[in-house]
Design a protein around this ligand. Structure first.
Ligand code: NIG
Ligand code: FE
Length: 419
């Protein structure tokens, strides 16, 4: 299968690893470019006239008329498999309730856990597939999805099996990386035994069973949820068993999750609204990607994570949506971009790196995704515009015209006239 994209304005970071610090602003732009995709991989990128025409023989041609072609976006943090919805909590928060007080009363995550227990695999899959279609419309080609709304043995496995079945679907709209988040909340039935006993049970009973189903192990490291010692216990055990690591860290208060992420060698620490200066330095020194989730800060009316500080300290920053039924019921890539540029003071170029190569690095895929380079997967987001500056300018509105996953057009809409 061959696809030749012509008249592209390519804009891409370069390389096979996360880009750190000021270099995040370096984007390679090539106008009047051609991209040849063969069997889902990029076989040529560059000027049309320098391409070996023979190689493109028989290719389907897609003329994008000067529009921007980005690497497909990587949404490296979502909770997109769940039962029920929680609009009531959103309203309570508008009236002054806090996210944690709702959780402490037994609502929040536990409420979604109750609904997820009652949902069949087919029901969960249908809902998640709906989200993947919306993701593809916004140019997302790779998404990370977490379990964490089962907590018990069977429901956690059901969530992970749903993710696996969606990834195995040949007609899927996005590629999916899965994460086991059994340590998302202490289940009701473990309240007496406590968090450490629950983490021990996860290590002994669950990790061996989720080994083939999840690439990452994650934990909600937070005051009054799972604190630092429990986090170390789980992360070190998971690492020994061959899982890659991620952490929800310093989201609600400054606890030191970022420092632990650095200590245990996590690929990424996520949220980081209340990260300490030492946490930022430790993450930079240990190459932990800082995955920032501005939609959650926006929806919780919390301060944004200090993106500029991370970049100044030489960290790699990724951006993701955190799509979930509670703290952030949004998977909006355009709004993520707008918030990152407007409130977190990231440049358009940094935002592109954060949503492509650095997102890919946060899910361990920087050598196969995240840039437009020969040998990588042919995953692209084609914009309605011929200039990357349109990305935040088109505030919160989708500016993706077509999405291509592994050389296959998975989303296409009527193009907006260029003038
Ligand atoms: O990333 N903070 C923990 N987990 C999710 C929210 C989950 C929920 O509220 O259902 C988050 O914000
Ligand atoms: Fe999350």
């Amino acid at each position: 299968m061959k696809l030749l994209i012509e008249n592209a304005h390519i804009a891409t970071p370069l390389g096979n690893e996360a880009v750190r610090g000021a270099a995040m602003g370096n984007i390679c732009e090539i106008e009047n470019a051609a991209i040849l995709c063969i069997d889902g991989k990029i076989a040529y990128v560059g000027k049309r006239e320098e391409m070996d025409l023979k190689a493109a023989d028989g290719a389907e041609v897609l003329d994008v008329q000067g529009r921007v072609v980005l690497p497909g976006f990587v949404d490296s943090h979502t909770h997109a498999v769940f039962g029920g919805f929680r609009p009531d909590e959103f309203e309570w928060r508008l009236k002054g309730d806090s996210y944690m007080s709702i959780m402490e009363r037994g609502g929040g995550i536990q409420s979604t856990v109750d609904h997820t227990h009652q949902a069949s695999a087919d029901e969960l899959a249908a809902k998640t597939r709906w989200f993947t279609e919306r993701m593809a419309q916004m140019g997302v080609t790779t998404v990370e999805m977490k379990s964490g709304y089962g907590l018990d043995h069977d429901t956690e496995l059901r969530q992970l099996q749903v993710i696996k079945s969606l990834q195995e679907d040949a007609d899927r709209k996005v590629d999916i990386i899965s994460t086991y988040l059994g340590a998302h909340a202490l289940p009701r039935e473990w309240k007496e035994r406590g968090t450490t006993a629950y983490i021990q049970w996860i290590i002994n009973e669950m990790l061996p069973k989720v080994k083939g189903l999840a690439k990452y192990c994650d934990i909600f490291c937070e005051k009054n949820v799972f604190e630092l010692d429990d986090t170390r216990l789980l992360m070190n055990a998971a690492k020994k068993m061959g899982f890659d690591l991620k952490l929800h860290a310093d989201e609600i208060v400054t606890l030191g999750g970022a420092e632990v992420a650095a200590e245990v060698g996590a690929h990424s620490a996520d949220h980081l609204l209340h990260v300490s200066d030492k946490g930022i330095k430790d993450m930079a020194a240990n190459g932990v990607v800082a995955t920032l989730l501005p939609l959650t800060a926006f929806a919780l009316r919390e301060p944004y994570a200090p993106a500029r500080k991370f970049i100044e300290e030489g960290c790699a920053v990724a951006l993701a949506t955190d799509l979930n039924p509670g703290s952030c019921f949004s998977g909006s890539i355009p709004l993520t971009i707008a918030l990152a540029c407007i409130y977190m003071k990231m440049s358009v170029q940094e935002t592109i790196t954060a949503l492509t190569l650095n997102g890919a690095a946060a899910v361990g895929l920087a050598s196969s995704k995240g840039t437009i380079e020969v040998g990588k997967d042919a995953d692209f987001a084609i914009l309605h515009f011929d200039n990357v500056r349109a990305l935040p300018y088109y505030v919160g509105m989708n500016c993706v015209q077509q999405t291509i996953l592994r050389g296959r057009v998975v989303y296409s809409e009527q193009p907006l006239p260029l003038k």
